[in-house]
Every structure is written in structure tokens, then in C-alpha cells.
Design a protein around this ligand. Sequence first.
Ligand code: A2P
Length: 297
Amino acid sequence: MNMPQLGLGTWKSEPGEVGEAVKTALRLGYRHIDCAAVYGNEAEIGVALEEAFADGGIARADVWVTSKLWNTSHAPDDVRPALMQTLSDLRLDYLDLYLMHWPVVLKKDAAMPLSAADFIALDKLPVADTWHAMEPLVAEGLCRQIGVSNFSVLKLEALLGAAKIPPAANQIEMHPYLQQPAMLEFCAAHNVHLTAYAPLGSGDLSLLADATVVAISERHGCTPAQVLIRWAMQRGTSVIPKSCNPERIAQNLSAADVVLSDDDMRELAALDRAQRFIDGNFWVHEGGPYTLANLWD
Ligand code: A2P
């Protein structure tokens, strides 16, 4: 997969800010923007992309754009219209990568669930059915590659068995507190690219303040965020730190210039505590089909 390893995340990037963030990122040299319909900001990102391409210097083909199918559009007939809406919002005629956002199905009018009645169980609408509706979008030229997000090894394995086009990528939460060695090994063996989201802890400051991360950053004369981003890159994953702040957008990009030693990587490896900052508890409702156990297997 020729995805640029470092991308800009846009989850929780506020409307009114995200367009500037995307333009700043592209100006600084980012060539990978990670989006999703549910972030509610694709229309503003679309305007920014259009302006960046019109200003010259950056061509559409030079930028990798990912977006994601929301849980309310898993019914096979809803998949193509959802992608068309995202393309229209982003003002693009194709995506580089389209991901199934979660292995979770919501009723069409329940963008965020209020009760168990808003969910559809995976045995009623299996991810393989949704996947089979995503596959033809590649031949149609609407997305170059398709993949998934928030999938466990077990769910990836099942999908690989059912897919005509194997998932090119799995985008999951990954950082030194959630290293998932078995996932890394499985994806390497099955040629599934991994993208690490929430590499900085998604707003929780414990990772950025971790004593080991801080000590390593001091040794390198860089910031804790740069250590975390570079750690993901040295494990061979791509990584999509979110920022709307121009200095931090620049700082995160220069993480690519830091080189962590084997000793640094060993110290960071020892931090694993299988801790999720985004544990999916918003999909767990009393009497509903999803539990944390069956979500992450
Ligand atoms: P901001 O947008 O104000 O820069 P993640 O990518 O793990 O989801 O983390 C995003 C969070 O980390 C946001 O709150 C973002 O805030 C903050 N952040 C982004 N880059 C840095 C950085 N270099 N140093 C400290 N915090 C950062």
C-alpha cells in the first residue's frame, strides 16, 4: 500500500477549524488526510481540498484521502449512496481508501444510538454483506482500495475468508499503552496494512505525560508527541495524529525525522497495558446486541 505513513487525523476537529488545519497540513507537506462521514466535517474539508488543488502545486493524485462508511449505512443498498455523499462533501471523484468504520450496525435514523432498539445485530446484517456492497465500488473507480476499522483479528480473519477483494487496511487504536502484538503479526502475515489512530491518547494526557515517553523525548531533544508518532512509524504502521494547531501540525510531521534506538523501542514496548481510550462503550446498551467482549473478541 503506498499510503504516506504520516497523515492528519480529523476526528474532533471542529467545524470552522478543520479546513484551515487541512490547508496548513498540506502546505507543510502532509499528503494523507484521514476523514469520516460521522465526523461531520467533510464538507469543510472538501472546500479546503478544492482550494489546495486549485492554488497549484498540489495535485489530487499527490494526496491520499481516506474516509469511512458510517454504521447507519451498512445495508447493501445504502453503501454506494453513503460513499457518493462523502465524495460530494469532499469534492472528490474518488477516495484512496474507503473503510467500514465499525463492525457495528445502527438503524438508518440512529446516527448515534440512544437505546438498544437503535442497533441491528451482526447476525442480522453481517459485515460480509456490507463488504460485498463495498467491493464493486473499486471497479467503479469510486475508491482505489477498501478496508475496515476497529476490527479484531477474529473479525478480520472471517472477512478475509468471505471477501472477493481482501481488506487492504485495518485502522485501529494503537499506541504504547495498546500495542496489540498479535494484531501486528496477523496483519503482516495477511498483507493487511495497519493504521494507528489516537496515537497521542485522543485528548487523554496520560500517554503524553508518561515518564518513559518524556525521558526518551528529552534524550532526543524532541517532544513526547513526536516519540509516540515515530514509535508507530518504526513499527511499520501508518499513523494519523489529529491537531488543529499549526505549530503542533508542524511538530507532528517532523516526528518522521526522529530516530528511536533499539533501546528506546524496548523501553516503549514495556509500556503495553492493553488500555483503550476509545473502548467502544457507546455501542453497549442494556439488552442490545453489542458488548465490549463481542466487539473486541
Ligand atoms: P490540538 O488539536 O489542540 O493540537 P490523537 O491524535 O491521539 O487523537 O490526539 C489528538 C489530541 O492531541 C488533540 O487534543 C490535540 O489537540 C492533541 N495534540 C495534537 N498534537 C499534539 C502535540 N504535538 N502535542 C500535544 N498535544 C497534541
